[in-house]
Design a binder for this molecule. Structure first.
Ligand SMILES: NC(=O)c1ccc[n+]([C@@H]2O[C@H](COP(=O)([O-])OP(=O)(O)OC[C@H]3O[C@@H](n4cnc5c(N)ncnc54)[C@H](O)[C@@H]3O)[C@@H](O)[C@H]2O)c1
Length: 272
């Protein structure tokens, strides 16, 4: 029987790289999709024939379709798992002081690259994965989205990052149950607290007390849980030091809200 195949965006560093190594150790084939060619090419050499590096900028739709096509073909017409993991912090500080005016006296457009990479690309990725999961020998598959603790609690420092990660929690809860019901795909998310990776600016790394950091092993145990349990979907795992805590959405404030969001689904479905 052929080996299971994973596609990991942002697989050349940090959490994505740790997941790559973890899955290779469990007998998977892994496609590392990343913009960092130098690291990716070196890693593919180092990690052996079950790892493939593929250059892809996830914010470019054509890069994503090419990346999925490559992974599916290289994997022998199977793609069991998609880790939508690539993410970046804010590229422009929304709180910046000073002049932001262009030559016409209008405010210059804010750089929203973070939203493109962290949010739009993940939505497109889940959309494209569905196409390939349908073509697996047994149709279906698994998605784990990397949100963040910043997707559960507000952090004013990186507002785009935080907004995109909140949205990923929403995306997971919205598509998780229907993807399982309609496509046999489970969709879950992890929300790590601070894990020391290249994402953390080097100039502040030493300022964080070691006891406040979440070890990579916590992230890997959350991935294992989602990969081992084929029925968990729409779930959001908060990671804090050694704890993996499943977080439910906020409670309904009134019976009316519950009616609108649960009972009224059958009405909405008559249109959509
Ligand atoms: N490290 C943490 O504390 C932490 C906490 C919560 C969530 N996260 C999330 O975990 C994910 C992985 O982050 P990390 O900490 O491993 O960071 P990292 O910087 O070590 O790795 C991110 C990888 O994504 C790649 N990447 C960036 N933009 C890309 C693009 N447009 N297309 C393809 N690849 C791209 C980078 O080249 C890099 O290899 C991110 O989504 C991040 O937001 C990290």
């Amino acid at each position: 029987m052929s080996k299971p195949v994973a596609l990991i965006t942002g697989g050349a560093s940090g959490i994505g790289l740790a997941l790559t190594q973890h899955l290779l150790g469990q007998g998977w084939k892994v496609v590392i999709a990343d913009i960092n060619d130098r690291a990716g090419i070196e890693l593919a050499k180092e990690l052996g024939p079950d790892a493939l590096f593929h250059h892809a900028n996830v914010s470019i739709y054509k890069d994503q379709t090419a990346m999925f096509r490559k992974a599916f073909n290289w994997g022998g017409n199977r793609l069991d798992f998609f880790a939508a993991n690539a993410g970046i912090d804010d590229r422009q500080d929304m709180h910046m002081r000073g002049d932001t005016t262009d030559e016409n006296g209008d405010p210059k457009q804010l750089d929203l690259t973070t939203m493109d990479v962290n949010l739009t690309a993940v939505i497109q990725g889940c959309w494209i994965y569905k196409h390939y999961a349908r073509r697996n020998a047994e149709p279906g598959g698994k998605i784990v989205i990397t949100s963040s603790v910043g997707g559960l609690y507000a952090s004013p420092v990186n507002p785009q990052y935080c907004t995109s990660k909140y949205a990923l929690v929403g995306l997971t809860r919205c598509i998780g149950p229907p993807f399982l019901e309609n496509e046999n795909i489970i969709v879950n998310a992890i929300c790590p607290a601070l894990i020391m990776t290249a994402l953390c600016p080097p100039e502040i790394r030493d300022m964080f007390p070691k006891e406040q950091l979440t070890p990579m092993s916590t992230a890997l145990s959350a991935y294992d849980r989602f990969l081992d349990d084929g029925r968990l979907t729409g779930k959001v795992a908060e990671l804090s030091i050694e704890k993996v805590i499943m977080r439910e959405q906020v409670e309904f404030a009134t019976e009316n809200q519950k009616w609108q969001m649960v009972d009224a689904l059958k009405i909405w479905r008559q249109t959509y």
